[in-house]
Design a protein around this ligand. Sequence first.
Ligand code: GLA
Length: 708
Amino acid sequence: MEPTIVRLTSPTTDVIVRCQPFAEILYWGPHLSRFMPEDILTLSRAVPNGRLDVDTPLTLAAESGRGLFGSPGVEGHRDGYDWSPVFTTSEITHQDNQLLILAEDPQAGLQLRSELQLDSASGVLKMRHTLINHHAARYWVNRLALTLPLPERAGEVMAFHGRWIREFQPHRVTLEHGGYLQENRRGRSSHEYFPGMMVGSRGFSEQQGEVWGIHLGWSGNHRLRADVKTDGRRLLQAEALYLPGEQELEGGASLSTPWLYAASSRTGLNALSQQFHRYVRQNILHFPEHKPRPVHLNTWEGIYFDHQPEYIMQMATKSAGLGVERFIIDDGWFRGRDHDRAALGDWYLDEKKYPNGLAPVIEHVKQLGMEFGIWVEPEMINPDSDLFRAHPDWVLGLPGYQQPTGRFQYVLDLCNPQVFEYLLERMNWLLSNHDIDYIKWDMNREIVQPAHLGRASLTAQTEQFYRLLDSLRERFPQVEFESCASGGGRIDYEVLQRCHRFWASDNNDALERQTIQRGMSYFFPPEVMGSHIGNRQCHATERQHSIGFRGLTALFGHMGIELDPVKEGDTEQLGFVRYVALHKSLRPLLHSGDVIRIDHHNPSTQINGVVAPGQERAVILVSQLAMPDHQLPGNLRIPGLRPDARYRITLLDTPPLIHQQQGGHTMRQLPAWMKQPCDVSGEWLAQVGLALPVLDPESAMLIGLEQL
Ligand code: GLA
């Protein structure tokens, strides 16, 4: 029988799969306009001397039984047996851009169901496996991974490291021999290892090079791998990481991997992230209502645990005057929560702080025309809480071991139905008795020895978290949720199916935020990235930044302010008004357009922007992060505009640029285009560009482009 060749196709990306003997991706890359199935003949490999006498296909399950010596896609056993399955395709369903392949190993009693869906609009490929145990006896799954091939020229990995207050830091690793492995065992998507990475031709950049990128939509533990096999072939592998004994399949039971999202580009990272953004906007994000993302005021770094309703109402009044549209009371509103060492779990209003309830504050906020939001951290429990005193056994952990605290708290065992019901009831109370539009859902510690009744339960814990959120969303479909985990510790596409915003970082330092937000922008569009103007002297780093730098940095996300507006002086207040208004005027563009990050020879000059889908407008932020090496900053070349159209260039915001005749500061004279109206073509802007002014470190300027 001739093997079935299936092609999934989109304007940007094609995927070609040979379905027999089991599914092997023969091609994953830019769209091919002239493909014929017989073309694949050119791909039939040599069988080299000195190894097995047969060809060893790199299938979607990378089976070791086919003679692959790398990391297999399925690892498991039935009391020591059936541990090396080899699958043979039994059924192929191909409709539109969706491919479903059923494959069997009757000997091992296993079936593998592989789903591949290529999104025509974005070019993003979505995949998952489901392993089904067809024998009566139990099957233990240690690993279940998705495997994607890469071409030999994919020689460099870009992955992300991070920590609290420093998320999404890209780093690069050369891929030559062996591979790059990333394992996250922290119990949430994590600050440390975002579950995504790119691999590309050496030196790939924002605008150049071939790149292949993946993201595993999963909020628990994961393992990602970019490998060079000893025969030179390369691959990407992604999986949820299972703890010992965590996955046990009774006869007939099944286990699915999380969804893997994959995209490719031959013009660098910009095109890759634009595909991911398009996919997210059209398929993952579900806002309850189609409306602009409201500007926030969050009380956290303004008042912390010091909640006084009268004062909070003053803050709300002040906020409304600044243009704020949603007012959020952060941590500190519930019984006994005077500091971060107590009360998590006791989700009852603190009547000492709020003797008249929350209603007067909420009504006040609403009368000012703002939405109201509140903070919760349902998955947690402090040892110093009524809940813990009543139910010490509700803690997630392994009996017989001392569970360490994190931020003085333990995690609740969500697999315990009593815990689940308690949290559902308390959140239900909160949302049904108060006029709440938005919940900031936090999760402030890592998970150690997660176990339900003694058995590892991290996957189940993660699934119960999803279920809890889903139950609440079903009951309160109008409420929006933010996913926060000490900032950006739980950011991924699976949680984004059920939330509407991410708190990118607890670090509101504009300089740090520039890097964090850039890292996050590879996978997430600006409208889901919470970015706040923080205090002039940042609480996380003690650095001080002008309102201009802070305002412009917060502009390119879902904007907010996080400080006490009552205490701020006039200059700051005027700045808040200015940047909130600027954000609102640009918001339709920022939250729908194509995000670009522009390559610049000086790494401390960071440039990003957004181009309208119809290319008639763009806005570009030039940020100077550190002292540049050269005195002249060179030209800014702006891609993505219509080459044949002419654009009016305007300065939307600049720091007070000092140009003194006597020397002593940065410039004697500004570039001419900054002093007079300037119209040029999109082609000129892309190929030649604009001479940049000399910016001070830790300052930024905003340029607008409007088609004439
Ligand atoms: C976490 C969040 C912060 C804030 C505090 C409250 O650290 O990331 O934004 O909500 O908790 O305790």
